[in-house]
Design a protein. Structure first.
Length: 96
């Protein structure tokens, strides 16, 4: 079964608290053919934020993975949400 994460969740896991918009910018800037699973990132309500054919592409990719949307176009985070086990590659402490 496929999983989704919110832009804010991705930001927090990478150490960029309150930087959901920057995650969106980064995903938008991915080159064509990137292997980053951009399609698994949705907004905080579980809805697709993209427009036009990009939204359709994202929804089709998620449907192939088993993610379902309700009548309002939202994926249920309780059922399809990604829950990280631990921080991913973020170390706290002094730099230098």
């Amino acid at each position: 079964m496929g999983r989704v994460a919110s832009y804010g969740q991705v930001a927090a896991v990478t150490g960029l608290v309150n930087a959901a918009r920057q995650v969106g910018y980064a995903l938008h800037a991915l080159p064509a053919g990137s292997t980053v699973p951009w399609h698994r990132v949705v907004n905080a309500q579980g809805a697709i934020s993209l427009r036009d054919h990009h939204a359709l592409t994202q929804r089709m990719l998620l449907a192939r993975e088993g993610v379902r949307f309700d009548a309002r176009g939202r994926a249920d985070f309780a059922r399809f949400g990604w829950a990280p086990r631990r921080s991913v590659g973020v170390k706290k402490g002094r730099s230098g």
